[in-house]
Write a protein that binds this ligand. Sequence first.
Ligand SMILES: *Cc1c(COP(=O)(O)O)cnc(C)c1O
Length: 441
Amino acid sequence: MKGYSIWHPCTQMKDHEKYPLIKIVRGKGIYLYDDKGKKYIDAISSWWVNLFGHSNERLNNALKQQVEKLEHVIFANFVHEPALELTDRLLKIAPKPLSKVFFADNGSSAVEVAMKMSFGYFKNKGELRNRFVYLDSGYHGETLGALSVCGEELYSDMYKEIMINNIRVKGPDCFRCPYGKDRDSCDAECFEFMEQALLRHKNEVCAVLIEPIVQCAGGFKIYSPKYLKKLRSLTKELGIHLIADEIAVGFGRTGKMFACEHADITPDFMSLSKGLTGGYLPLSVVLTTEEVYDAYYDDYTSLKAFLHSHSYTGNPLACAVAVEVLKMFEEENVLEKNKAKGDYLRERVMEVFADYRFCGEVRSKGFITAVELVKNRGNKEPFDWKKRIGFQIYRKAIEKGALLRNLGDIIYFMPPYVIEFDEIDRLVDIAISATVEVLGE
Ligand SMILES: *Cc1c(COP(=O)(O)O)cnc(C)c1O
């Protein structure tokens, strides 16, 4: 038998011949503790889900209270207080006119829900459209439908023969901008590819999927709100839906509650998960409009209903924790408090990394800061990916006490919001010393 019995996600299991799994026994705040008593700063919020630290007192209590009342109930024909309150709270903060909330239980499912709802909307109106448009660095999850709108070939290439025939469009690439523009002062010239694709395929396209402002898994590409404004305006004009996947960027990550707010746009669908429960339990929702809802509203026998369900849809424990998360945003002035910390994180990373020959770019939005490492700063030439530079740095950082999981040769910082200033210092110190140990001065 080779290796372990558990087959881990996003992992070449053979790597573990060299690197034994780390067994985590508890967490508190930004720290994870292993079975040998070693602690790690959770610099990536355990894959971007944790907002308020591990074992957070408020969230623990919300969970404990709910488990004494109701752990789960079928969500068809039945409802419960946590789902009702969560719905009210979500609609209060969501961009208008989003007014309907559909529950699922993970991010990929929320993306699939939005895709199916969009497809069915047109079909119920007697129009058959069967394609979706997505960006070449977009990421929307890894179930088959979601993967078919995933621009990162790393994830989808293996399955290309069984993907839905969607339309991939060249998206913004501000670090290597082909127009020689600056992301803050450009006019989103790169929208031309999207425009061409939408004009050519307008009658067969249900929706465009995007991660607003920051494409996370596709390489932490940060782009101009102008791109989103143009996209919203053209999709409206052509009668094509816009699906904003805020699974990674929602709940304050980019400095606003939702990243769409940077461009002041409202999508037809907004998918949310990850931070929704502060990293406690799997839950996701899709927000949509009255108009989409109405397209399904009819007598049962018309077969127009939206039939999509998961066993754990709307789980009360997850909803109760999500309600508490939204209360914390409201009562603890989180977005405002995050500002200084997010800025400090960016400044420290900039200060420490910017002058090294391997630093291609430090980019940042809100509470996300990423460093793209390159072989040649002059022409932005990347490292040979097979050298696994980022991965080596990640391994070094683990030795030094930080979970700073790389994304290719990008080192990024997306810590829980409860990180303190001195902890940011410590994290950035670990990151630079790990990087210098791998790449030299
Ligand atoms: C993580 C992620 C998903 C998928 O969510 P899962 O819960 O992992 O299925 C979808 N879209 C974006 C933007 C994500 O970051």
